[in-house]
Design a protein around this ligand. Structure first.
Ligand SMILES: C[S@@+](CC[C@H](N)C(=O)[O-])C[C@H]1O[C@@H](n2cnc3c(N)ncnc32)[C@H](O)[C@@H]1O
Length: 355
């Protein structure tokens, strides 16, 4: 086959994503459930054609204008109490080292300077305000700054919703302390199937298949919820996990541990001044372990037998896939519960995914 013919064939068969994107932008369609099938319909969403601005207009946004800005979420130029809903996807403590990964590309882009004002002079993309650290203390400091900015820009009855998953107890503790410090109260936690199932990092040494969607309000407008009392919160978490199991979702021990710990620790945000977070963390760990035994079932118990040796071996070699070893990494002894949890199931389940 000659080159011209081959080229023609390629051009004929490759879809044109940019044209499809443009068509979608002007006349968006949505997929909805119609009986048992999913159908695509138009007219539900507004066209997304807009003028983009990257600084908040003093007079507010006019119709047909979109404010789109990259940068540090702890420092925005949004006015106080101007936002109805914040939806975000923060780093899960140290599960993925975003800037180190970005540095690989930065090394090339520094030379190419692909756009005006590309920061060529910077040797790294790391930033002191980056929300990502193996140290729960540093993670807490950085994410507190972001939650405080969220609280500043949220309207009094506004909502903050974000996803979270964390194999280490200290990660959840740092998260709820940061939320409480920013004056935010968790009013709902909903575990959902994660978008990827291929991570080593996210699950630590336990399998991981779920993220938790965490919903918060400002303290003054917090609504009553089951997330004020630890045992009730654990029961609510268990109900949600069993509902997912009934729907055929694979729920691993790491998911159960993270979701139950998250539910129980969320109660801290309801009354931080009255709760000892260390004691609550210990209770969260205990309630999570009970649910792991109950929900993860017999397979989990069997797999425990052949994993302690592997964990010990990992420790002897100084490598720590769960991120729980080292003085800076394990301020909570309860993190060890994760370290001593089964390894074998991760390989059996094939759930390895990055976050
Ligand atoms: C879990 S990822 C979000 C991934 C995103 N949802 C996606 O699908 O591409 C978290 C992101 O937050 C960024 N990040 C970390 N600290 C930040 C900060 N202070 N302000 C804004 N973004 C930050 C990280 O670089 C990373 O890209």
């Amino acid at each position: 086959m000659g080159h011209a013919r081959l080229l023609r064939l390629v051009l004929d068969t490759v879809p044109e994503p940019s044209l499809r994107a443009q068509t979608y932008k002007l006349a968006p369609t949505d997929q909805i459930l119609d009986g048992d099938s999913v159908v695509r319909v138009g007219g539900l969403s507004l066209p997304t054609e807009a003028t983009v601005v990257d600084a908040w207009p003093g007079t507010g946004l006019t119709s047909g204008t979109v404010y789109l800005r990259t940068g540090d979420s702890s420092r925005t130029d949004l006015p106080d109490e101007s936002v109805d809903l914040i939806v975000t996807d923060p780093p899960y403590m140290d599960n993925v080292h975003y800037s180190e990964l970005a540095d690989f590309f930065h090394a090339w882009l520094r030379e190419l300077a692909p756009f005006a004002h590309y920061p060529r002079e910077q040797a790294t993309t790391r930033s002191t305000h980056e929300v990502q650290s193996a140290s729960p203390t540093q993670f807490q400091v950085a994410i507190t700054r972001v939650w405080q900015e969220c609280a500043r820009v949220l309207k009094p009855d506004g909502l903050l919703a974000f996803t979270f998953h964390q194999a280490r107890l200290s990660g959840w503790v740092a998260l709820v302390q940061a939320l409480a410090k920013a004056g935010l109260v968790v009013t709902a936690v909903q575990p959902v199937k994660g978008e990827m199932t291929t991570s080593v990092t996210k699950g630590g040494i336990e399998p991981s298949n779920l993220d938790a969607v965490v919903v918060c309000r400002k303290r003054a407008s917090a609504v009553p919820s089951s997330l004020t009392q630890p045992h009730a919160a654990a029961e609510a978490g268990e109900r949600r996990l069993t509902a997912l199991q009934s729907a055929g979702v694979d729920v691993g021990a790491g998911d159960i541990r993270s979701v139950i710990r998250g539910h129980v620790l969320a109660t801290y945000t309801a009354s931080p001044e009255a709760v000892d977070v260390q004691s609550l963390a210990a209770l969260a760990d205990q309630l999570a372990a009970e649910r792991v035994a109950r929900l993860a079932g017999r397979n989990w118990a069997i797999s425990t037998l052949n994993t302690t040796a592997l964990v010990l071996q990992i420790r002897r070699h100084g490598s720590d896939p769960s991120g729980v070893d080292g003085p800076d990494r394990a301020p909570y002894p309860h993190d060890r519960a994760t370290a001593l949890a089964p390894v074998g199931t991760r390989h059996a389940s094939g759930h390895h995914r990055p976050r």
